[in-house]
Structure formats: structure tokens, C-alpha cells
Design a protein around this ligand. Sequence first.
Ligand SMILES: CC(=O)SCCNC(=O)CCNC(=O)[C@H](O)C(C)(C)COP(=O)(O)OP(=O)(O)OC[C@H]1O[C@@H](n2cnc3c(N)ncnc32)[C@H](O)[C@@H]1OP(=O)(O)O
Length: 417
Amino acid sequence: MNKEPGRPLSPVIRPIKESEWPQWVEMDEEAFVEDSSGPRADRFKATVEFDRFLGAFEGDRLVGSTGGLSFTMTVPGGPRRVCGVTVVAVAPSHRRQGIMSGLMRRQLADLHENGEAIAVLYASEAGIYGRFGYGRAVDNLFFRIPKRGSEFARHAPEDPSLRLRVVRPSAARGDIEKVFDAVLTTRPGLYARSEARWNLVLADDEIARRGATSQRCVIAEDETGPRGYALFRIRPSFTDHDVPDGELLLSELFGLDPAAYALLWRHVLDRDLCSRVYAWNRPSDDPIMHLLAEPRLLNAGWLDEMWVRVVDAGRALPDRAYAAPVDVVIDLEDTVCPWNAGRWRLSADTSGATFERTTEAADLELPVSVLGAAYLGGRTLGAYEAAGVIREARPGAVRALSAAMSWDTKPWGGLIF
Ligand SMILES: CC(=O)SCCNC(=O)CCNC(=O)[C@H](O)C(C)(C)COP(=O)(O)OP(=O)(O)OC[C@H]1O[C@@H](n2cnc3c(N)ncnc32)[C@H](O)[C@@H]1OP(=O)(O)O
């Protein structure tokens, strides 16, 4: 460790007071290398829960932070309370001295003490959080779809009663929220959005625009009301020969039914003066993959999306639904949250589950990050065994656990927090 002379070895970790907000904004801007002050910071501040917003202090000086947000997130089995971990930041002058590690450990201990079983986060870099027991639980696909050739397959659903309404997002907020609330429980990973979070989603400052237009919205509806919406921006451009070459940047698209979903995609793909759609955060089982007549035109790329930490295995494992029967003894490794470590018996079927301490011999050994990765149902476990992460003692145990924890609809958070 590289300490400057005279610097205390261990910063004090405590909640950040609201009066210390300006200091936090300054530290955060340096850590994330961005200008986030002004209205953007105010909008973010409205989502902050100061009693769960931890700072690392050297005297009065703030040198690190981690925030906890109270979310209700859909998991296999229904909505559950989870902690969204955000703004993990350490002052550039203080990096690689163990400050984040101290904050992470303290946050997990606090969550355990509060009876909170699951923490989730979006990682700025994928190499950071595995060491704290977070598992890569969700995949995010991004697509660059050219307009030319993007016809739908013949089976694409159509509903003549649907119509489109182009509208500014602020004027359609009620309809947007209504659609979102209706899809919320259909996919693990989606989490309910507070008013303050919607303010962030629909924010339209220069930083949010990143050189593109203000946010645009199209609603699909019929006489019963809204059945879907898309939010996007457009980066206008023309080639040297004056051919329109704009790019439509799709940020959200939700449909309540297949016809509304297909119509919205058709609209964004066909938008005049644009030659392609860049959809940068889509679920890994996005139905658009089965709508395009030529799916290679998706030009898909892959990234990790949400990471999940099983903070309290004894609470979390019996508190989700299982897709198939399983009865296994798991030897769980967890050096960061030792209350999870040791042998547990998971007995589950489609009607319920128990997860209890046992002294029986283990059928398989796995690190807690694998339970996090599988918790939302988006991972099969054979690959972890093949990679040497899981060790199987009883043949068939990995496959049985994998089938039970998988879920048909792939998890996806849909919105970075
Ligand atoms: C959920 C979110 O908020 S994601 C956002 C994360 N924050 C950022 O990306 C902002 C810019 N970066 C930072 O502020 C800091 O560099 C942080 C928060 C990533 C790391 O803080 P530090 O105090 O330097 O981390 P700390 O010293 O505790 O490192 C602990 C371990 O993580 C490793 N580590 C730290 N940062 C990274 C990284 N970006 N990639 C890979 N490993 C990392 C360290 O090497 C160390 O490894 P070791 O235990 O094997 O020695």
C-alpha cells in the first residue's frame, strides 16, 4: 500500500450528511471524470437516501462513497426488496489503498444487519465486484440495425386497431409510466421507478443528449389506451453526397403485446433521415431477434448488465421461485459475508423452497458469486463447472441446481442506476 506520510491509515466510514453534498459532487466528478453538477446532480440527489449513503472520511475530507437505493425488483416469483448499490467512487488521490474495499464490506454488513438479502449493481468495469461476491447475473445485448434490409419475417404480428402518436416525453409521462408499470412484473430484473427516478430517465440536459437531439417518444395505442412506447434520440447526419445518414439511438422500447411491440420497432427502424438504429441496452432474449427476416442484421454485441450479490443466503434462496424440483447440499464459499459460508440444503420444487443449514456431505461446492449470477434466473451452471468455478461431488447435482434456478424470461434491469 502506498501511503503518504502523515495520512491516517483507515478513513472513518459513516453516512454522508446532506450538508456534505457539495463535497460529494466534487469528489464524484473527479472519480468519474465527468461534469455532473447542476440540475443533473440535483435530480440524482432526489433519489439519494442519505442514511444509506456511506462516505469514507479523512477528518472532514470525503475520499470515497457508496450509495444504497431501496428498490422493489422483480425476481423469479415476484417483486422483492433489493438494495441498488450505486456511485461507488474513490478520490483519484486515494485509489488502490483499500478504501472501496472498506466501503463494500461495511455496506454488506449494514445490509445484513437490516435484514436485506440481495444487493444489485451496474459495474463501471467488470473486473471490480467479483471479489466482493457479486455475480454477473444479467446480459445486455446491443444492436446496430441498418434500415436497409430490416424487413420483418412473415409471421410478424399486426393489429389494425393500433395507431402511433408522436409526442414529447414530458407530455406522455402518464402513458409511459402506465405501460412500464404493466410490464414490470413480467421480467426478472425490472425494478419499480420512483417519481425521482422517472425525472432522471426523462431528463434532457446537454449531458444526457451527448450530441444527439432531445429525447423523443412514440406511443402505440388503441381506444383502450397506451399499449407500448419507445424513447429515443436522433443523431442527425448526411454523407458527403448529401444522403441522409442519421442514427436513431433507442433508449427504451416496451410493448404490452406482440403487435404493439412490433409496430414500435417498425417505427424506429423506418424513421426518415435515419439509416440505422443503435439500441444499446436490450435484454438477451429480445423478441426483435425473432422478428427480423435477416437476424444477422442485428449486428449484436454483448456486455454484462446487472450484478447480483446474495447478501443473506438463508433469506434469499427460499424467497424466490424455482422452475424444477431440486434437492442438493451446497457447500457455499463466502469470505466477505461469513454468515453465508458452509453447508446448506436446498429443497425446492415449483410450489416452494427451503434452504437450511445441514451437516450432510456436500453435493457441490460453489462461491457465493455463482448464486448471485443465477439468482435472477439468467444463468445455467454447467459452464461454471467447466470453468472450474463449481466443483461437483455428486453427479447430476450441478445440472439439477441449474434447471431449478433458470427462468424462461431472461433477467434484465433495463435502466442503469
Ligand atoms: C456500482 C458502481 O458505482 S460502479 C462505479 C465504480 N467507480 C468508478 O468506476 C469510478 C472510478 N474509479 C474509482 O473511483 C476507484 O478506482 C474504484 C472505486 C473503482 C476502486 O477504488 P479503490 O479504493 O482504488 O479500490 P481498492 O483499493 O479497495 O481495491 C480493492 C481491489 O480491487 C481492485 N480494483 C480496484 N479497481 C479496479 C478496477 N477498476 N478494475 C479491476 N480491479 C480493481 C484493486 O486492485 C484491489 O485488488 P486486490 O484486492 O487484489 O489488491
